[in-house]
Design a protein around this ligand. Sequence first.
Ligand code: ZN
Length: 312
Amino acid sequence: MLGQIKGLHHVTSMARDAAENNAFFTRTLGLRRVKKTVNFDAPDVYHLYYGDEFGTPGSVITYFPFPHIARGKPGTGEVGTTAFSVPVGSLGFWEKRLGEQGVKGLERHEKFGEQRLFFRGPDADGIALVETADDSRPIWTGGGVPDDAAIRGFHSVAMRLQDAGSTAELLKLMGYEQIDQSGNIRRFAMAGGNGADVVDIETLPMTAPSREGAGSVHHVAFAVEDRAAQLEVRKALADTGYMVTPVIDRDYFFSIYFRTPGGVLFEVATNEPGFARDEAPEHLGEELRLPKQHEHLRSMLEAHLQPIGEQA
Ligand code: ZN
């Protein structure tokens, strides 16, 4: 079992409308936009990052808004729900707030002894808030959500798989242990993680594979401290038979990617260098930042990219 992975790093999803996406995550959910940049491979498409005040690994949800893509079709082989941690007793506040803002699919329930509020993002994204005791991770209240309700980072991701077996083995290799089971859902958690320590696997053998589109999670990234730890994880995965990409510089972290047996794309990303690499911490996410290989496209991109407004 590896000891280098420290929980989730970020979750990256797809959207259709950049301005709507920005408004939902900054204004409705009260996260901070910590980076406004573009897709490395398609620089005419934004890459928007939302998280806590600093974009701490374990708090960051990121989006590629492709203006004309079709809505994704839910199914197996994907992350179905991305859950954020909120303080105990805050779901009443959230239910009222989200209801007033016209958020769809609101549903309160209990799972593994925790109170949850499930809802749909702008592209029917599966999102939940989970009441978690004693989560002291940093928050961002610049989005207008009071301290006693603000999101504390990720609680978990939940994958829907036709067959959980080999992905469960992979999670164990990565440092997770199964801590509970409820019906067809197995819960895995990591000791000594960054707070975003839970992964659920829901087994749905008869459900057809998903089709990726707006509202789908594109990949889930797990955190390692630095590049040395990342290389150790890469070697262990490759030795186990996974096809892992070389290390890729993503400007704010270094990444490796591999496809898991259940179909979900995993990334392992470093905590360094972080989002303050190219702008002051007090101004994160305000200006368009471009990867250096795309800097020469700045005037074209600034004219072409849809204005998305301020953070909130
Ligand atoms: Zn990523």
